[in-house]
Ligand binder design. Structure first.
Ligand SMILES: C[S@@+](CC[C@H](N)C(=O)[O-])C[C@H]1O[C@@H](n2cnc3c(N)ncnc32)[C@H](O)[C@@H]1O
Length: 263
């Protein structure tokens, strides 16, 4: 068994989310799921997610078939002309791991002058956001269904983004899974390099140890400057996300962090 297979099995045995909701509860549940995840796991890098089959509802399937060709950008992409994909040149904000896309759609509707590129790996979430795009008639959202790390490496140009939203990334609470967390120095350096000067990186989490890691890693990135003295107040425009509501219902606190790219 290779190390990456071990990693994949490791991740398959525990949801990054359930672990945070109830640390005490081990969730080694589903042998079939473990097999599938191992088969689908990429070989060369520790990933921040585990691919699960998840049920795709009928409405989501309809949205994937009907709206996917227009709003989901092709991947793998050697190059995508994002201005052409959005049909205009506007300040661009990327959301990493939008989940079911409820917050994405709310923000995109409230900020029609900005374009939003949502990155998510799970098909049901992509279908759910497509549904919202269709219902609300949102012209300023596009989706890439792929690993955000590779999208940042291969698709997004240095200095090109007005903002990045990383709201409630999987907390991976167990120590042996911390390597799967997205907020680590190399990825934060990559994110910062894709921001335009003055552009912002907005993170939020309901998992205190991860909030502390975020604060430490972001503060140590030379390209970034903290807009607050420590954690930031939640900006009024940031909607509650689905995952956040779940955390709040469990009595969790929430920490926001807003950093800007230095000029
Ligand atoms: C804990 S959920 C939060 C979802 C949403 N932001 C919310 O607050 O409701 C984290 C999401 O990030 C996605 N994700 C994790 N790693 C990712 C990656 N490398 N690229 C794209 N999406 C990722 C997962 O599939 C999952 O839907």
């Amino acid at each position: 068994m290779t190390e990456s297979t071990v990693d994949a099995m490791d991740g398959a045995m525990e949801s990054p989310v359930d672990g945070a909701v109830n640390v005490a509860k081990d969730v080694a549940k589903d042998g079939a799921r473990g097999d599938r995840c191992a088969a689908e796991a990429p070989r060369s890098r520790v990933r921040s997610y585990v691919v699960r089959a998840g049920r795709v509802g009928q409405g989501q399937q309809r949205a994937l078939a009907g709206l996917g060709p227009r709003f989901v950008l092709p991947w793998p992409a050697t190059s995508i002309d994002l201005d052409a994909a959005f049909g205009r040149h506007a300040p661009r904000i990327v959301e990493i791991g939008f989940g079911m896309g409820d917050a994405t759609a709310t923000v995109a509707a409230a900020m029609p002058g900005y374009d939003f590129l949502g990155l998510e790996v799970h098909e049901a979430g992509v279908g759910a956001l497509l549904r919202r795009i269709g219902e609300a008639g949102l012209p300023n959202v596009r989706i890439v269904r792929h690993d955000a790390v590779e999208v940042f490496e291969r698709l997004l140009a240095p200095g090109s983004l007005a903002g990045v939203h990383l709201w409630f990334p999987d907390p991976w609470p167990k120590k042996r899974h911390h390597k799967r967390r997205l907020v680590q120095p190399p990825f934060v350096r990559l994110l910062a390099s894709r921001l335009a000067p003055g552009g912002y990186l907005h993170c939020a989490t309901d998992w205190q140890p991860y909030a502390e890691q975020m604060l430490e890693v972001l503060a140590e990135e030379p390209l970034l400057r903290n807009r607050a003295a420590g954690y930031a107040p939640r900006p009024a425009w940031r909607p509650l996300t689905k995952f956040e509501r779940r955390g709040l219902a469990l009595g969790h606190d929430v920490w926001d962090l807003v950093f800007t790219r230095r000029f």
